[in-house]
Ligand binder design. Structure first.
Ligand code: BGC
Length: 785
């Protein structure tokens, strides 16, 4: 198992018992708090030392040019980068006449705990200043899941053995200086000083700063209010300047006395609202938060999370590390989506600036599956954001000479944020991924209002894209040529199986939804002929198959390519993209991330209808030795199909890799932000992998099987107004309808009616034993490496 653990293994918390300055950036990501709208990295209260200061507002970005050595038609020319907005976390502290800075003096103890049930980050430490004054500092921080604009900190200081003069400077700071990125293309372009000052104010215990981004023209307002509780002679003074607003709190504390500051910070941004309107907005948010005070915020947070865990918890018995990891994963996935409300869900959530804060297909294929069955309202919101960005996607399709909508490979504001590169520009599958998420959400919730108002338009515009991107050959077979599938080590290929099968489902779903809502379809100009053309294309889509190898091809001609020289590739040459030229990766059999294997999961129905279990096992065995997992999106997909094909130990190793990606910093880049898709993939590996959960139309099927390490796995799913609990042991599975109307599910293919709350227990059949497929050298799953 993984040895380099920094955090104690506990079921409901992530505890760091000593501060390691080398790991500061990493722990800032792990301890990040967010509600999907506001994100605060787990920076120390006093701001320094830091790895990467980070305060984010979902959607706030700056534009920058995308220069090309050689011009080309249709190349995106403007990029977007998330920016570090005004920092409201800061509480600097002066102890007698020395700054509380952990790089100096003596740190006796330092503990931070991310409490997954209360949704707070707690910190406590004891420190002696270089001059010999010893103090205790405790803080509790939250980003409110119930009051979207609000984050808050309770900060408490007490002297240990002598009368101590303390000064707390509670600040709002804009345009903090940021460390230079380290050259990894996946890290963010740090835009220095992106905010133009517009207004600053400080009065009583209140502070406010309003800024505007230079090129993207987004107005950002942040305000803070305080409750100060200290000995009688405690004084306060407020001041502000263009980029700093400060409340200075001064006191002299005798041993046994303490100074407590509760700081509430309100955030808002807009591309349209005026400066006074934004100031009023954040002041109003502060007033609302003051209503219940600090205790109110803490209580609401707990109640929100109690409700979430009652619907979403996953219990793992026999493996404490995975138990902690899956709850940590669910917590961060919830944080990424809970209150995003018609904004993107970035690949790093709001935990860091990696990938420039862009959202990818990660949202629809990794994050939304979890939220669909645990927090479905967040899914509808995320997909409404896609709908809001349809004008940009239609423009992009028109620019490319295509019909319908071409959604961006990576974006913040809906326009394409990726400079031309084959793996991104041709990754049209993102449209089908969005369609897939629409179908999954509507089927799992029965939300027909959403289907009519949002789903239909997304399905129609993406179907139009496929129809214009693909063509029928002279035999009538439908091909989609020149696209890139999920595997970024193959690009601009013909008939990528994943893309073709996902497009097929997209085209059929569009035709079906138009039949269900003909009035809406008509408004979009869909007639019978267009819907029939979608069905024709779907039914005749080409799926490449290599007869000799007896496997489905990732794309036409893939299995004919030369194999990558795996034996000649050293361990330190991974990820390959940082050590070998793309052109060479493109022309060899080497797979960055699950592609055909992902199709076997997401389009499992098509495989079930067209081939047998042996075919699935052969496909899996063929792609395993080629798949290097240079993307964190891969392990979870491989876990699901490994479990499906009976390789339970291998599935476990992949599940553990996905689960521990950030808690054990497996890819050494957790500092840039968490891998939200991999965290979501942890749930996927457990629920879809070991739970064998699949949606079948308007019902669910399960084919559970546990790896040896687990003695029991239990999870809950929200499904069409019901709550279903599944509990799996080595030899049996128990299904309980906790809430809602009767439902007939399937257990290993057998229909099982769940009529009421009486648990139904069934035997779990043994899997068929097959030799375990091998991975490329140095690329066995990380948990057993
Ligand atoms: C993967 C993409 C993914 C992106 C963001 C890349 O490494 O290849 O599939 O969307 O990371 O997570």
């Amino acid at each position: 198992m993984i040895t380099n653990r920094t955090y104690a293994v506990e079921p409901w918390s992530v505890r760091e018992t000593a501060l390691s300055l080398d790991l500061l950036a990493q722990s800032e990501s792990v301890f990040a708090l967010s509600n999907g709208h506001v994100g605060w990295r787990g920076n120390l209260d006093e701001g320094e030392p830091h790895g990467l200061p980070g305060s984010y507002l979902n959607g706030v970005h700056e534009l920058h040019p995308l220069p090309y050595a050689e011009a080309g038609y249709g190349n995106p020319e403007s990029g977007q980068t998330v920016i570090n907005v005004t920092n409201g976390k800061l509480l600097r502290l002066l102890v007698d006449d020395e700054p509380f800075d952990l790089r100096y003096g003596r740190l006796h103890s330092h503990e931070r705990v991310l409490d997954l049930r209360r949704g707070v980050l707690e910190r406590s430490c004891e420190w002696t200043s270089p001059a010999g004054t010893t103090i205790r500092v405790r803080s509790t921080r939250l980003v409110s899941l119930t009051q979207r604009a609000i984050a808050a900190v309770e900060y408490r200081i007490e002297p240990v053995d002598s009368r101590t003069r303390v000064v707390i400077q509670s600040e709002l700071v804009a345009n903090e200086s940021l460390p230079d990125p380290d050259g990894d293309p996946r890290a963010a372009k740090a835009l220095q000083s992106p905010l133009e000052p517009e207004e600053h104010a400080a009065r009583g215990l209140r502070l406010r700063l309003v800024h505007c981004t230079r090129r993207s023209g987004l107005r950002v307002a942040v305000a803070a209010d305080h409750v100060v509780d200290g000995p009688e002679h405690t004084t306060t003074a407020a001041e502000s300047d263009a980029d700093v607003a400060r409340l200075t709190i001064t006191s002299v504390l005798a041993p046994g006395q303490s100074l407590r500051v509760q700081k509430t910070v309100a955030h808002g941004w807009s591309g349209a609202r005026s400066r006074p309107a934004m100031s009023d907005q954040v002041e109003a948010a502060l007033a609302a938060a003051a209503h219940g005070g600090w205790e109110g915020l803490v209580d609401e947070q707990r109640a929100y999370l109690d409700d979430f865990w009652a619907r979403a918890d996953v219990e793992v018995h026999g493996d404490e590390e995975i138990q902690q990891a899956v709850r940590f994963a669910l917590f961060h996935v919830l944080q990424a989506g809970a209150r995003a409300e018609q904004r993107a869900l970035p690949a790093k959530g709001l935990t860091g600036s990696g990938y420039d804060g862009h959202a990818f297909w990660d949202t629809e294929m990794f994050v939304l599956p979890v939220l669909t069955y645990t927090e479905p309202t967040a899914v509808a919101e995320a997909l409404r954001w896609r709908q809001d960005t349809l004008p940009a996607a239609r423009d992009r399709a028109a620019q490319l000479g295509l019909e319908g909508a071409a959604f961006p490979w990576r974006t913040i504001d809906g326009s394409e944020g990726s400079a031309y590169w084959p793996a991104g520009t041709a990754a049209f599958h993102v449209g089908a991924d969005i369609a897939h998420a629409v179908v999954r959400y509507t089927a799992a919730t029965g939300d027909t209002g959403f289907e009519r108002d949002t789903g239909l338009e997304l399905l129609v515009e993406t179907a139009r894209l496929w129809r214009s991107l693909g063509h029928h050959d002279h035999h009538g077979v439908f091909h989609i040529d020149g696209v890139t599938g999920p595997d970024e080590y193959s690009a601009v290929v013909d008939d990528n199986t994943y893309t073709n099968l996902m497009a097929r489902a997209n085209l059929l779903a569009a035709a079906d939804v138009c039949e269900r809502h003909p009035d809406r379809a008509e408004l979009l100009g869909v007639d019978d002929e267009e819907a029939a053309a979608w069905r024709d294309a779907a039914e005749s889509v080409h799926i490449p198959y290599d007869e000799e190898a007896g496997v489905h091809e990732q794309h036409s001609g893939f299995t004919r390519h030369q194999r990558w020289d795996f034996a000649g590739t050293r361990a330190d040459q991974y990820p390959l993209l940082l050590h070998f030229p793309y052109f060479d990766l493109y022309r060899k059999q080497v797979v960055k991330q699950a592609d055909l294997v992902l199709a076997m999961y997401t389009c499992g129905r098509w495989f079930d209808d067209t081939c047998d279990e042996e075919q699935l096992a052969r496909n899996f065995a063929y792609y395993e030795p080629l798949t290097v997992r240079d993307s964190s999106l891969s392990a979870c997909c491989q876990a699901v199909v490994a479990a499906q094909t009976g390789h339970l130990r291998l599935a476990y190793d992949y599940a553990a890799e996905a689960a521990l990606m950030d808690l054990a910093d497996l890819e050494h880049n957790t500092r840039d932000g968490l891998h939200i898709a991999s965290l979501a993939g942890t749930w996927m590996a457990l629920v879809a992998g070991f739970g064998g959960t699949r949606r079948e139309g308007e019902s669910l099927s399960f084919a559970p099987r546990l790896p040896e390490k687990f003695s029991r796995l239990a999870f809950r799913l929200q499904f069409r107004g019901r709550c279903v609990r599944v509990e799996v042991a080595a030899d049996k599975a128990t299904y309980t309808l906790l809430d809602g109307e009767p439902l007939t599910i399937r257990h290993h293919g057998v229909p099982v009616p769940l009529d009421d709350a009486t648990p139904v227990t069934l035997a779990v059949p043994e899997p068929k034993r097959r030799p375990t497929p091998e991975q490329p050298p140095h690329r066995v799953p990380n948990s057993s490496r």
